[in-house]
Ligand binder design. Structure first.
Ligand code: FAD
Length: 501
């Protein structure tokens, strides 16, 4: 926490804040790039604290201060017409409860001191230096829009997709609507042992009557209706003690109707001792895997499992070496795996190839080895190795007034709560810099007024939050007709037409 950080949470008016309150500083204009959880949580925290300052000004009966600090404005720019980032395009359709965070984001966006400008790609339609001219502070919260690649032969064969593209496809991300994954095979291989890998396995194997009630897109539902996939292997380089998924997702897989878990007992024997002193979440997760793999199921479970038409399993200590082509060379027929042994233990254990290989037959490969952020603008430093913007508590290194939050700040890991906490941390940095005078507040900034004329000159027409609410209403209405919470519109042109753009 920097100087005076605690004062924002305290009741009184401490020195630094008093100084700022009594200065003739103009109303702060802040812009946020990206409308995912990081963008919205950053905006929310800044607005909340500045509203508190406005309230103090009011309590101090100072119209002048109220006018200045109550007039703070946060503008959110988003590349797509529609908001919410991975909450809309990442979170699995059968996890609607996770998407409830959009209610809070909607409240923020409806605040009179917040504006949403969708359909604006920063770095293309407007540069970061142009935004810096128009705002006192710019926060980059544009997430991770690419994926890590396997870097092995055959990776580009037909039938091999990144998890990112597959998730985007079933969740309606416009750029992935032409993916057309071939689901005519019986066995799919997912490379990776994280929650995204389990999400994909669940979507591939879920009974259709469950998926039909979700906001999965009509196109992907139609494709899944014809799917022949009945077996999914989730393959990881390391062992059961290194899996990155969480117990909730594992339990869902184990209890997925019509599906049988296939875990090899040999992978789990003797693990109980190894987890005696492990942190509780790791311990519980491993215990569930051990139970599933080793415990004799009851008679009823045996019956149900024997009748299950589909199955899934975890394979460990296998590192993909080559994607194998079909005889005509056009598409995938399997993956050659290098078997590994573990060096070290716990999270830091390393997978070392033993020299042995094994071929796993499959007709679909989904590589779920991580998302990756991309550089946005030459004016913004970027650590290509770590795939993040170098920063300290969200302050972009060497560029005063520029901040970052979310996945582009700390890398593409962590759930929404993690992203919320790190966004609050960034917002706190902005507020502290405002308070101690690090931010250049010597002149007022025009904010969207300046950006609007630039965008107009480039033929870019932003989408407002009330425009989004029209799209939202249309999606909900279409979904209702189909018995779903919404039917997502997947074509940005159709979205724009709907709002008369
Ligand atoms: P994002 O959510 O990706 O938001 C970034 C936004 O920036 C996007 O809207 C993007 O369009 C926009 N943008 C990108 N480039 C530009 C540009 N040039 N100009 C303007 N805007 C731009 N967490 C949970 O808690 N529960 C879950 O069930 C869960 N499921 C997940 C499933 C998947 C498949 C994935 C990948 C993640 C999941 N997460 C889940 C994690 C959660 O989604 C992330 O923690 C969170 O979305 C990261 O937020 P962010 O704002 O940094 O990035």
């Amino acid at each position: 926490m920097g100087p005076g950080g605690a004062c924002w949470r305290g009741g009184g008016v401490p020195g630094g804040l008093k100084r700022w309150l009594s200065s003739a500083a103009p109303a702060p204009r802040v812009c946020v790039v990206g409308s995912g959880p990081a963008g919205f949580y950053t905006a929310q925290h800044i607005l909340k604290v500045l509203a508190h300052v406005a309230f103090l000004s009011f309590s101090l009966n100072c119209d002048f201060l109220l006018q200045h600090h109550g007039g703070a404005q946060v503008d959110i720019y988003e590349k797509l017409p529609v908001p919410f980032g991975l909450v809309r395009f990442g979170v699995a359709p059968d996890h609607p409860e996770v998407k409830n965070v959009t209610n809070t984001f909607t409240q923020t966006a409806r605040s009179e001191r917040c504006a949403y400008y969708g359909n604006v790609t920063v770095g293309r339609d407007i540069t970061v230096p142009e935004l810096q001219q128009a705002y006192h502070a710019v926060v980059l919260s544009y997430g991770a829009e690419d994926n890590r690649v396997l870097g092995i032969p055959g990776e580009n064969l037909s039938g091999v997709h990144s998890a990112r593209a597959f998730v985007g496809w079933y969740n309606g991300l416009p750029e992935n609507q032409d993916l057309k994954p071939d689901l005519s095979c019986e066995t799919a291989l997912i490379l990776g042992h994280g929650n995204v890998a389990l999400d994909i396995a669940r979507i591939l194997l879920s009974p259709l009557q469950l998926l039909r009630k979700t906001d999965i897109t009509a196109g992907s539902l139609a494709a899944l209706t014809c799917s022949k996939v009945k077996r999914v292997w989730l393959v990881g380089r390391r062992g059961p003690l290194q899996v990155a998924f969480t117990i909730k997702e594992l339990r869902e897989m184990i209890n997925l109707p019509g599906t049988r878990p296939v875990l090899s007992p040999a992978d789990f024997t003797g693990l109980e001792n190894a987890i005696k002193d492990a942190p509780r979440p790791r311990k519980r997760l491993t215990e569930l895997m051990i139970k599933t793999a080793l415990e004799k199921p009851g008679e009823k479970t045996v019956e149900v499992q024997a009748a299950a038409p589909r199955e899934w399993g975890l394979k460990f200590q296998r590192s993909p070496q080559e994607v194998l082509p079909s005889t005509d060379g056009t598409r995938v027929r399997g993956v050659r795996m290098a078997l590994t042994r573990l060096e070290g233990s716990g999270d830091s254990a390393k997978a070392i190839p033993t020299g042995d290989v094994e071929d796993l037959e499959c007709g679909l490969v989904l590589s779920s080895i991580g998302y990756r952020s991309l550089p946005l603008d030459p004016a913004v430093p970027f650590d290509a190795q770590r795939g993040v913007i170098p920063n300290s508590s969200g302050r972009v290194e060497g560029v005063p007034g520029l901040y970052c939050s979310g996945w582009v700040k700390r890398g593409p890991t962590g759930v929404i709560i993690t992203t919320m906490n790190d966004s609050f941390d960034t917002a706190q940095s902005v507020l502290e810099d405002l308070q101690v005078g690090t931010l250049d507040m010597s002149s007022s900034r025009e904010g969207f007024g300046a950006v609007e004329s630039i965008l107009r000159s480039r033929g870019v027409r932003p989408v407002s939050f009330s425009d989004w609410e029209k799209i939202d209403a249309a999606e909900v209405a279409r979904g209702k007709a189909a018995g779903k919470p919404r039917e997502k519109i997947v074509d940005p042109q159709e979205m724009l037409q709907l709002i008369g753009h």
